[in-house]
Ligand binder design. Structure first.
Ligand code: HEM
Length: 459
């Protein structure tokens, strides 16, 4: 039996490197120790086993195996923001039930009804930018995805409460993604309110303000007996086996989870896609040809099925996956993984980033090449931007739809250019990743041949 390898540096140094530069650290470890290795981030717990071997990933993530569980209490890092009753922080049968409640709006007809919302909001946001005025792409895409999520989750886009909540959430996530705030998440001993100058205290107060608005919205819906087709209405109408509705705390935690998990990730993905499309002229040209071929009848259904657009989105999520990692799993019974024996209680995590950087799967992995996805198919354990198994991303189809429609709408409306052609690299942004500097772009002109997007959603 092989001995599990990993860095021998003191625990605190491993944790610091993990907080400040997780991707270079993972790459350095994989180079030295292979595609299964162990990091020691905390003194008292077992080492964290990091996996980027597709067979081992399959063993971990396949649902029917009883060797690994995906308990929510391993996701404590998310608890300060998402709460104790979020789908991300709960476990076992309760987790399964809650997933089933949350999934219907992200499937089939219900999800398709968001097509028009996505297109309209993208148009509104883009029209706010002036020709020749540089703007930060991530701010623009974040404005789009936040408004889309507000609509999908609350049925709210405009109005004072929606605007206030959008502002709070944008603020909360912006401040929360600083390295210092991430360090606070990893070091719970510092999560105390020491008064008005205290970082943690400030973050918690911002959050309380956002919570208050969410609770107000829930109360108002109850009092006025309002219902709609949005996710909040659906969750308020749901009853468990005992006929009980969700409590306000449960509702708040799920709404916050969807807002947070759903908008920042997709905003970053669309921003990266715009970066690559405009950095590589041949990619942009092929994409425009494909979009223009749709001609006047450019409808959401057709956009969703475009092969090159699909390949561009897939490659965007391969090269710099917004989520570097799956949520951790834990060994439940003695198990052999890739030749290593693991004892019960060992935390195991899938490194999406390292898997997507494997040379044997993706030759020249640092090059952006959408063609990879036209030339071959990858298994769900070779390409996994949305994770897999019991905690696979609930918003997968929604995120793909939003990426494709927003990109198609932007590219067919305006001629964009990068302000400078320098390299942008990924870095930690809170618990996910993002560009290491602002990606500045500028609108050069409105597009002349503007394909018409059908008003009726038919995806
Ligand atoms: C490009 C965009 C997105 C990416 C890259 C992404 C990625 C991921 C990943 C890697 C996981 C963990 C999967 C695992 O551990 O196996 C996850 C979970 C999750 N995602 Fe996403 N996601 C995206 C967009 C969204 C959207 C739009 C929503 C909701 C509207 C969403 C909601 C969730 C939820 C609720 C979970 C937790 C599921 C659970 O614990 O059972 N995500 N996502």
């Amino acid at each position: 039996m092989k001995l599990l390898n990993g860095p021998k540096t003191p625990v605190i140094l491993q944790l610091l490197r993990w907080i400040t530069s997780p991707m270079p650290y993972m790459e350095a470890c994989a180079k030295r120790y292979g595609d299964i290795f162990a990091l020691r981030l905390y003194k008292k717990s077992l080492p964290l086993v990091m996996v980027s071997n597709p067979q081992a990933l399959q063993q971990i993530l396949t649902n029917d195996t009883k060797e690994f569980a995906a308990p929510g209490d391993l996701n404590l890092l998310f608890e300060p923001l998402l709460g104790k009753r979020s789908v991300i922080t709960i476990s076992g049968a309760e987790h399964q039930r809650q997933r089933q409640l949350l999934m219907p709006p992200f499937h089939g007809e219900r999800m398709r009804s968001y097509s028009q919302i996505i297109i309209d909001i993208t148009e509104k946001v883009i029209s706010q930018y002036q020709i020749d005025q540089p703007f930060n792409v991530r701010s623009a895409t974040q404005a789009i995805t936040l408004r889309v999520m507000m609509q999908a989750v609350f049925g709210l886009d405009e109005g004072p409460r929606a605007e206030k909540l959008q502002q709070f959430l944008a603020d909360l996530l912006e401040k929360g993604s600083s390295r210092l705030n991430v360090a606070l998440l990893y070091l719970p001993a510092l999560q105390r309110d020491f008064g008005p100058i205290n970082l943690w205290g400030k973050q918690m107060r911002r959050q309380q303000e956002a919570d208050q608005l969410i609770y107000e919205e829930i109360r108002e819906r109850r009092e006025q007996n309002l219902s709609g087709t949005d996710i909040l209405s659906l969750l308020m109408a749901a009853r468990d086996e005992a006929g009980q509705p969700m409590t306000d705390e449960e509702l708040r935690d799920e709404l916050m989870t969807l807002l947070v998990a759903g908008h920042e990730t997709t905003a970053t993905a669309i921003a990266w896609a715009l970066y690559w499309i405009h950095k590589l002229p041949s990619v942009r040209q092929k994409l425009l040809q494909e979009l223009d071929r749709l001609g006047d009848e450019l409808d959401p259904n057709a956009i969703f099925k475009l092969p090159y657009l699909n390949a561009v989105c897939s490659e965007t999520l391969r090269i710099y996956p917004v989520a570097m990692l799956t949520f951790p799993r834990v060994v439940t019974t003695p198990v052999t993984l890739g030749g290593y024996e693991l004892e019960p209680g060992t935390p195991v995590i899938g490194s999406i980033y390292l898997t997507h950087q494997r040379e044997d799967l993706y030759p020249e992995p640092k090059q952006f090449k959408p063609e990879r996805f036209l030339e071959r198919q990858f298994s769900p354990y070779e390409y996994l931007p949305f994770g897999g198994g019991a905690r696979r991303c609930i918003g997968l189809a929604f995120a793909q739809l939003e990426m494709k429609l927003a990109l198609a709408k932007i590219l067919s409306s305006v001629e964009l250019e990068l302000v400078d052609n320098g390299e942008v690299r990924p870095q930690r942004r809170g618990l996910v990743t993002g560009p290491d500097r602002p990606i500045q772009m500028v609108i050069k002109s409105q597009r002349q041949v503007k394909p018409r997007i059908l008003q009726k959603s038919t995806v």
